[in-house]
Design a protein around this ligand. Structure first.
Ligand code: SF4
Length: 458
């Protein structure tokens, strides 16, 4: 079985490093490369970014492939390239448009970095992907692996790469019994990745050699030297492999213990304009007319995810974490005073409504999803409470005699001269049902939107 370990002593680290370096120093790279490339010619995977490996296409694919499977990326790549065929087109697009084309791929920070890097390419490199390692590495969202991948796959440059598949492969070939993320192991693994690539002089005789070798190492790690059941009998490198020789396949690579996942429950709300301001026909005065005129009573409330949050920059339904363990288990919203209070404050401060009697209502839809180390159960609700609300900020503006339910509402009333719909914070927006499709939504948000559009909500 693989293999997380106890802490390794200095002596053990030194012995393991020496052993792996000895294997590396006597490794017959010339014969191994020939065997590997022969295997690659017959078994290598085909991808759109490989069949036409321009630096721009390679760069986009590498950013998309971070934390994401090739199968998933294939569904997005062509569509993205069609809309943003070069760095200039990407740099000129606004962030929301880029996010829309990224929607569903996850890890949205990558999309924003990609666009930011495109802007830098236009400003610093004439709209081209740069060719110097330091320049590529200086771009947003590009780390050491990614820079190597862009240079080797995009330009056929001698640049080593080390990601999950090649880390496992090199560790096994060297019989490296060190936890792979340690500094000592990383040094050896990067050296191995570099030693696999012949020196520049050889490039002139063998075009595409770096592109092919890095592709072959990645594919062999993925297809043959797999995490739990390596197919050593079918491996073209078995005769060079220290793990195969010593029967170490099950104990190498040594992996870092995974952080435990943390369960979490969130509540998100489907809030329509009429839930807060009433229907246009019946609640004209109460909702101020202009509120209703400015949009449909069925417009739904979206909030833009803040920086440093999950799905940063995307739009989502108003959402809160349930922090109280007992309420999380029982989902007794009526009793969850803290959640009700946060919801009220959100409606007052961000939306410009001051409902006195709004709290989480019935759960209409539940989504479970994993994000970083959280395992999230997300409950979507309608609001509960009198409908339409009896007290709104507009009432407070209309009549000095109107009761002021909370202090911050009174504060708003002094400054607010525009209708509530125009007063909402920049990152909160009423959106018509027809517009929902065009908004880049978080993945659970998109699921809710589809669910409601298909089934409706009561
Ligand atoms: S022989 Fe087995 S362990 Fe060694 S590189 Fe090949 S598949 Fe991996």
């Amino acid at each position: 079985m693989q293999r997380t370990t106890k802490k390794t002593s200095d002596a053990e680290t030194s012995a393991a490093s020496t052993g792996a370096l000895n294997v590396l120093s006597t490794f017959d790279f010339e014969r191994a490369r020939t065997a590997l490339l022969r295997w690659f010619d017959a078994n290598g995977r085909t991808f759109p970014w490989r069949s036409e490996p321009t630096p721009y296409r390679v760069w986009v694919s590498e950013i998309m492939l971070q934390q994401t499977t090739t199968q998933t990326v294939e569904g997005y790549f062509s569509r993205f390239l069609e809309r943003f065929p070069n760095a200039t087109a990407l740099a000129e697009a606004d962030e929301a448009t880029v996010l829309k084309y990224w929607e569903g791929l996850g890890y949205y920070r990558r999309a924003r970095s990609l666009r930011a890097a495109a802007v830098e390419m236009v400003e610093r490199f004439g709209g081209d992907v740069p060719e110097r390692f330091e320049d590529v590495l200086s771009l947003p969202g590009v780390g050491r692996y990614c820079a190597g991948a862009i240079l080797s796959f995009g330009f056929d440059r001698r640049a080593p790469i080390l990601e999950a598949n090649t880390t496992r492969l090199h560790a096994r070939l060297l019989g490296l019994r060190l936890e792979t993320t340690t500094a000592a192991a990383q040094k050896i693994l990067w050296r191995a990745a570099e030693d696999w690539l012949p020196l520049d002089a050889e490039k002139s005789r063998k075009p595409n050699v770096y592109r092919r070798l890095n592709g072959a190492l990645t594919d062999l790690g993925r297809l043959v030297c797999s995490p739990t059941s390596p197919k050593c009998d079918a491996c073209p490198l078995a005769e060079f492999c220290e793990s195969w020789r010593r029967d170490y396949q099950d104990v190498v690579p040594v992996l870092k213990k995974k952080a435990e996942t943390i369960p979490r429950t969130d509540v998100a709300f489907w809030i329509e304009r009429r839930d807060l301001f009433g229907d246009g026909e019946n609640g004209g005065k109460r909702c101020g007319g202009s509120v209703c005129d400015a949009g449909s009573p069925t417009d739904v409330l979206l909030i833009r995810r803040p920086e440093n949050a999950l799905w940063a920059g995307l739009w989502d339904f108003p959402r809160f974490e349930i922090t109280n363990e007992a309420f999380r288990a029982a989902l007794d919203f009526d009793a969850d005073v803290e959640l009700c209070d946060r919801l009220q404050r959100f409606l007052e401060e961000e939306v410009g409504a001051s409902p006195l009697d709004r709290r989480p209502g019935v759960v209409v839809y539940t989504v479970k999803h994993a994000a970083t180390r959280f395992k999230i159960t997300l409950r979507f609700c309608r609001l509960a409470g009198a409908a339409p609300v009896e007290k709104t900020l507009f009432d407070a503006l209309e009549s000095d005699a109107a009761p002021q339910p909370r202090q911050n509402v009174a504060k708003k009333a002094k400054t607010a001269k525009t209708p509530p719909s125009e007063r909402v914070a920049a990152e909160v927006r009423w959106v018509s049902l027809a517009e929902l499709d065009a908004y880049p939504l978080s993945s659970p948000g998109r699921k809710l939107a589809r669910f409601v559009l298909k089934n409706g909500v009561k």
